[in-house]
Ligand binder design. Structure first.
Ligand code: 23J
Ligand code: MN
Length: 261
């Protein structure tokens, strides 16, 4: 057996490494993105008991669930966007599993977002981060730490005003930099989607989806506990359900990281 796997298990057992759950609870109260009413909307989760140790099934409990693919903590596959529709291995059932695992680069913009909920990450900001923590490696998950997941009330989490939603995201040039200059696996965010709240008004609309998925990259939305990760050094596993022709999927996102505090 490979020494690194033996050591991984040993360090998980003795607590030098820990598993951080980057996933929000998934239930009927999980908020979903609102699009302008001219577009079809995605349903949140609904759940119905099939049986619960009763006449419908005396010894077992199970539920039926119905939900949009893009509900709660979820994965965006390249086929989700029109720019990624013809890329090979672009859907939930055809992406090689190797591409679900990568090193995490956590970019902390909590200070900027605290004073500007519409903050957009720029290539200049990323390069300043790299000057401090090192170059983002090929195949990284780039996670945007905003502390947005601490907005536990759906109203403040979605933050919709008369002029639409206000939440942070990526300038298109930052998405292009990460996709083309750094060849990341994808980006992860704490907000309801990987584009900023106002991104429907940008040119092009939803530039992060447009750019990332057009480059065959992935998205992770509604992450939490990014404040428990170091800027570099954690490994993230984000594997969607193998939905045939799936555009995305709710998933459990796990980070393995050095124990801290
Ligand atoms: C469809 C249209 C716009 C957006 C989204 C979906 C998402 O955020 C998503 O869940 O992929 S912004
Ligand atoms: Mn999505």
């Amino acid at each position: 057996m490979s020494n690194v796997l033996t050591q991984l298990i040993a360090e998980l057992v003795d607590g030098r490494l820990q598993v951080v759950d980057l996933t929000q609870p998934l239930g009927p109260a999980t908020p979903v993105i609102g699009l302008p009413p001219i577009f079809a909307s995605s349903p949140g989760l609904s759940m119905e008991v099939i049986s619960r140790y009763d006449e419908r099934g005396p010894g077992w409990y199970w539920n039926k669930i119905e939900l949009g693919e893009h509900t709660g903590t979820h994965f965006d596959a390249p086929v989700h966007w029109i720019t990624g529709k013809d890329i090979p291995d672009n859907r939930c059932d055809t992406i090689p599993a190797r591409r679900f695992v990568g090193p995490a680069c956590v970019i902390d913009v909590t200070q900027e977002v605290a004073t500007n909920p519409d903050f957009l990450l720029t290539p200049e900001y990323i390069q300043a981060w790299e000057a401090q923590y090192g170059r983002i490696p090929v195949g990284a998950w780039v996670l945007l730490r905003t502390d947005w997941s601490k907005r536990s009330d759906p109203e403040t989490f979605l933050n919709v005003g008369p002029d639409g939603a206000h939440s942070p995201g990526f300038h298109q040039s930052a998405s292009a930099f990460l996709a083309h200059e750094r060849d990341v696996l994808g980006v992860g965010v704490e907000t309801v989607g990987t584009d900023a709240g106002q991104a429907g008004t940008f040119d092009p609309p939803f530039p992060n989806h447009t750019t990332m998925h057009g480059a065959g990259k992935f998205g992770l939305a509604s992450l939490c506990n990014l404040d428990q990760l170091p800027p570099t050094g954690a490994v993230v596993i984000a594997a969607p359900l193998k939905i045939v022709d799936g555009s995305g999927s709710p998933l459990r996102v796990l980070a393995i990281t050095q124990h801290h505090r």
